[in-house]
Structures are given as structure tokens and as C-alpha cells.
Design a protein around this ligand. Sequence first.
Ligand code: FEO
Ligand code: CA
Ligand code: CA
Length: 681
Amino acid sequence: MSTVMHNDLTIIDNGEGDEPVRERSTAPLFASVLEARLDRRQLLKGSAGAAAIGFMGLGLAGCNSGSDSDDNDGTPPPAAALLGFSAVPVNSLDVITVPEGYSHQVLIPWGTPITGDFPTFSVNSTGADQASQVGSHHDGMHFFPINDSSVDGLLVLNHEYIEPRLMHARAQGVALSGGAVPPLVAGKRPADEVLKEMNAHGVSIVRVVQGANKEWQVQPDALNRRITALTPMAIQGPVRGTDFVKTKYSPNGTMTRGTLNNCGNGYTPWGTYMAAEENWAGYFSNSGDNPREHAAYGIPTGSNGRYGWESADSGADEYIRFDASIKGASAIEDYRNEPVCFGWMVEIDPFDPDSTPVKRTAMGRFGHEGVVFAPAVEGRPVVCYSGDDSQFEYIYKFVSATNYNSATASGSLLDTGTLYVAKFNADGTGEWLPLVFGQNGLTPANSFTSQADVLVNTRTAADLLGATPMDRPEWGAVDPANGDVYFTLTNNSRRTAAQTDEANPRAGNPHGHIIRWAETGGDHAATTFDWDIFLFAGTSGEFGSAPSVGQDPKGEQLTADNILSSPDGMWIDPDSRVWIQMDSGATDPFGNCAMLTADPKTGDMKRFLVGPLGQEITGITMTPDQRTMFINVQHPGDGTSPADFAAGNYESTWPDNSPGLFPPRSSTVVVWKDDGGIIGS
Ligand code: FEO
Ligand code: CA
Ligand code: CA
């Protein structure tokens, strides 16, 4: 993280747009070392045939994946090779590299027109144009098939943040860093620049169809939609209508405008999309006293937010709301509560273009990386998991109060239920601690006045319960074969040796790891679980300068075929392939950020795809037939120095390779197997 002063605007540049660090004390930590954990891990695996039947041998009843079907003769089927491709070597090229026998295509780069009068993308596109174009910094994504098709559907994707210097003609030739904005005009930001930046955030809903040669294209369609930092949204759940979210815009605390910093995503059992609000705090400023619902989330205390939106020269209400300082006589005369309207999971119905997105407050307020739902079971609660991606933050799960019924299920299931936070014990067991007002010290004696208060201050409540501070929880995934839950822990440079514990055993953790657990009895609503570490990211040990050696799911040292750093995006496909995506600042010896695939049964892992320069790989979804994969490439050329930017020398020119006309652009990439087979097979 660095602070860049530019024309009196202080831009907090968190590197990859991320993770404000809150100063906080951590809960008591277990004193333990890596070797002890590994001993325990070997013990756990010892009788399980090298994890051949899944972690701890636990499985969910009735969850048989198609590829695991038995011939019912009493013998297990022969192990099919889940990873049928040859590993892609590490590289530092400005291209997409896929395995032999695969092809790829760039689809919907930032600026692609999808609605309205389909304005052509250029650096001169206006703020209004951007509202009809695909946003920037593609992230979490899901393919919603139309009529169960695998060649026609809605691609729904998040736009996490922006690179202002790429967006405005006035920035060209100016020595700007990736997070800096063009020079202010009379101390203000031109309002149309702010509008353009807000409209490049949010979510895109795009109908895409497969045509000749397996290539996909955008189809103009009434369902195509942009949701932005300005779109009206409803507040639902226990926080709705409370004093915490009353603003000048919504004096009764039921509505807000926009969603911000949508990182990972989720998709519900009833066919809607969930966008996570991750590093939303930095967009605001509060130059007065920060209450805990601001301070615990890192709301900047200076005079401006991340992009100075509050200083738009028009002074319009939708811009000045980013200054959360107390200005009026009461909360309904200013925007002191605007930051409390962010930090939630947002539900969007992609098939209803007139629907109002909904912020589901019962799922808690934090730096939501994403959300993953356990397979829905008729007559049982709906369960989903979400990580809070900052150093020493927590992993949560939500369990609905009402049981799932596929005929009637809707987002209202997410408005009533119990939010839990995870505690990972040293002995490999774990507990889900309920964040319920009136229980476990979440009482007026500790300054909690209601369930809404607990949810608005989720981090503070979780601190009080003694949850386990993690090494930056990013995406989660659930293995459809046995219900095991996986979470990436991307890295944590600030964890000291004294702060290590069994679940976060590496001091300074530069490359991250992946943790997984099995809920007791295979019941996702259970309040206890057994956990293990799936893999440690890192080097193969052949690189003297690299500080940390990785281990694959078998506990063996990583090799040239599978070294990785900073696992972030993750998804487990219907055949139980674990897809793992890198968001790493470390390039040597890892090369460009890549995507790998692991087989949880054999422990094998291979690199599947390498991206271009200066980006991260994120977002992953497939068509139902698993013959088309969509992934996202975010912030190519992110490492371009201010001097190189001024000279027009981008670190990357991907995907257009036409730097005079196009900057590097975040894009979706479509991948298919030339023989038409299942991706990864
Ligand atoms: Fe937006 Fe935690 O990555
Ligand atoms: Ca991420
Ligand atoms: Ca990340």
C-alpha cells in the first residue's frame, strides 16, 4: 500500500485495489509450528488411502457426481484421470497460454457496448456511454443458461474497481500511478469523469451465444443490463429501516444507491446472482470522529476518498455522499451513514431487468470476498459461506431460519437466519460461533444494542467471540462429491511468528494456502467441523531466493508444473476438479498469474492457463455441459510505472495489442477443448 499525493488529492493506493488494513488486536492465538500441523495432517490422511475417499472420508448423502458413479458390482470404479491435459509451463508473455489441444477467445473487454445505443468504446467515451458499456476490472462471474442451453445464456460479472488513468483523455501523457486520477480542475474532479468511473463499477449482465468455430459473441437483448455505483438498491434483513442506514437519500433507511468493489460472486440455488462488496471502505472519507462502524472497516479519515468522488464539481447529491462526515443536524440531512449502506452481499435477478438489487444484511457487513452456497437440500436450511478478505479477518457462514423448498425458494431466505464465524481449533476441530444479539457477550454491556447492531459491526462482534483471524480469506468452494468446503487464504505479510496458529501456520505467509473442512455429519448447518490444510502455495524449492516452499495436496513439494502464489479465485466443477486462480504480486519464479487445477482424490495438481502481463486471473464459470469455460483477466498492465504511462509504454498491451488506440483492458476469456470435450479432462 502506498499513498500518492496528486494535486491536493490524497489517493490511497492499496496495490491491487484492495484490503485496507485495520489496526486491531487479534484474539489469543495458538502457539504452534508448521511441522506439528503436518504431523497431524499425515495422521489424518494415514488411514484414508492418501485421501482417496475425500477429506476425512466424510461425505454428504445423496451427492454423487456423475463421474463417480459405480457400476454397482460392489467394487469401486477405476480412477479416471481427472486432469487429462499437459501442464502449461510458467511464462511471462503478454498472451493467454492454454494447454495443447485447447483454444481461447477474448470476449467483452471493458467498454464493449451491450445496451442503449451501443456507444463505441474509446478514451473519449462519456460517463453516460459507460453506463451502456461493459465495466472495468472484471472479477467474479456466473453463466446462467437460457432454457438449460450450453450455447446461449446470460453471463453476469462483477467489475471490482477501475484504473482512472486509463479512462480519461486528460490523463494521457501525465505521469500517473495506477490508482491516481487526472489533475484536479480548480480543486475539483470534473463530474463526468466521476460519473464514468462510477458507471465502470458494478455488474454487467450480457446475453452471449456460441456461434461458428465454438466462438462466442454478445447478443443485443432486453436482458442486457448494467448495474453501477448509482443503481437504486433495497436494503433488506434486520438492518432495514434502522437508524444505522437512514440517510438524506433514504430517510426511512430502506434504500441506497449502487454497489462498489464487487470482487467475488455467488449464485443461489434459486437462480439469482450474488455480488460481494469487498474493499468499499476506501471510496469514502470521514474527516470527523469515526464511529466503530466506520473505523473497524478502515474508512479513510482524511479529506477525500479513494478517487475523490465526493469532490465532483457539480456537487450533485450522488457524488457528495462519499464524504461521510457529519454535516447536518441529523443523519437524514447528510451522509454520515452512507458507508453503512455498503459491505453487504447484493442479490441480483439477472432474468428480470426491472428488478431492484437487494442488499442482504443478515449475511453480515464486512469485506465480503464472495459467497458460496452449499448444495440446497429440500427441507433443510440454506447454507452459504463468505470470507472477509483483509489480514487477520474471518470466515463466516449463514444458515437460514427457514428450510429450503425448491418450489418457493427466494432471496427472502437470506433475510432471516444465523450468521456464524469460524474458530479453527489446534486439534483439527472447529466451531461455528453464532453472531446473535444477546448471546456470548453480544449485549449492551459490550455496546451491542440489537441484532442490526451486531450485523452492522460484524467484525467487532466476531472479535468479541474469539474467532480465528485468518491469512486473508478469499474465495470459497464446495466439493459436490462430498460437501467438503475449501477456502483460499491468499497471503498475510503481517503475521508474525508469535501469531501463527495451526490454521495459519506460516509467519509472513508470502504465498498463501488453502484450508478445507468437513461439517460434522456432512450437515452444512452443523455448528462443528473438522478441518485440514489442502495445500501450501509457494515455490518448488529450486529457487534460492524464494522464501517459502509449497506443498501439493499430497503433502509433496510443488514442482515446475504446479508452483503458485497467492491463491484467490476458486471453484470446484461438477467432476470435483478444484480450479485455483492466482492474484500474486510475486512474479519470480511464478511468472504471470495463472490458473491451476487440482484433483482432490489423487492430490495431483497442474497449471492449466497463464495470463498476460501485470494481471490476475479471476472469475470462473462453465456452461452446463462443461464444454465452455469463462474466466476473467483483471488489470493487465497494472505494473506500468507513472513514467512509462506518461510515455504511452504500457506493461501490457493485451488484449488489443494496439496501444495507440486501446489501453490494456480487463476482459473475459473463453476457453474450450478443440475436440469438444469437457474442460480439464
Ligand atoms: Fe478483490 Fe480479495 O480480492
Ligand atoms: Ca479476489
Ligand atoms: Ca486478491
